[in-house]
Design a protein around this ligand. Structure first.
Ligand SMILES: [Zn+2]
Length: 270
């Protein structure tokens, strides 16, 4: 039996919520003040233990991800939007860098790559195959200097982090003030799919997806940590095969993203 802990809303620091639904014997609630959806009570995890993390990159999966064209297309799409967003390159930190695909592409594009990931197998692959200088662990373990990075990216990381506020403070510290760009992509807890499917939405996974952010709640969390300029990105659908069907799906995705109803949300903050 897992130990449960009750938390206050990480944005408001209050506990004024109502329950939306439950799944896997855990409740997802919404904060009445800031609209953040989160799991409460949740499984008490001081840190993300090894067993849980290693399920992300078992050896056979690592090779499969590395050779999957979708992985490369998705990372290319992420990098190209970041580069549209800001002209100059520099030091880029990818938090939750996994097997290093994104950093490998970024380095090719002229960035100086840095990465951290709690997965030992992911990091080993990034070091050995991509020859990246990345570290196993959390951002705190790396002890980066203050105002060091031009860009910091977190793709599908934030929804897993038990202690959100200490992480965001640390990211604010190591990112260059004014000129630095923070990029966060998470599942959209108020997207169309989430609204229609509720507890059945595949991203609802209360044991380790602790928050269901939205275009309303995520900017509030970032402003709390001193990010003044927060804008929403337009993540595009990618596919290894292009044709009429894909073109239609891509157009549908773009329309949903415009109204903040896409499956994921991506924000740029500085
Ligand atoms: Zn709140």
């Amino acid at each position: 039996m897992d130990a449960l802990e009750h938390i206050n809303c990480p944005i408001c620091e209050r506990n004024e919520t109502e329950e939306l639904f439950s799944k896997d014997a855990l409740s997802v609630v919404v904060c009445k003040r800031c609209s953040l959806r989160y799991v409460n009570p949740r499984i008490n995890r001081e840190t993300l233990e090894d067993g849980y993390i290693e399920t992300y990159y078992p050896p056979d999966k690592v090779e499969r991800i590395h050779t999957d064209s979708m992985e490369w297309l998705q990372m290319t799409e992420r990098l190209s939007e970041l580069e549209k967003h800001r002209q100059d390159k520099g030091r880029l930190l990818d938090v939750g860098c996994g097997i290093g695909t994104f950093l490998d592409l970024a380095r090719e594009g002229g960035w100086e790559p840095y990465g951290v990931d709690p997965s030992k197998s992911g990091i080993t692959f990034a070091q050995e195959i991509h020859k990246l200088d990345v570290q196993c662990g959390e951002v705190f373990d790396a002890n980066f200097p203050t105002a060091y990075f031009d860009a910091i990216t977190l793709y599908h990381v934030l929804e897993h982090i038990p202690a959100l506020n200490p992480l965001l403070s640390e990211l604010r510290r190591v990112l260059k003030p004014q000129t630095g760009t923070l990029v966060i992509e998470v599942p959209n807890g108020e997207g169309l799919q989430s609204r229609l499917q509720k507890a059945d939405w595949p991203y609802v996974h209360p044991r380790d997806h602790l928050y269901y952010f939205s275009a309303r709640s995520l900017p509030k969390l970032l402003r709390k940590h001193g990010f003044q300029d927060v804008t929403l990105g337009k993540p595009r659908r990618v596919s290894p095969t292009v044709g009429m069907g894909f073109a239609l799906r891509q157009a549908a995705t773009a329309a949903l993203v415009r109204f903040h109803l896409g499956t994921v949300i991506r924000v740029y903050a500085s």
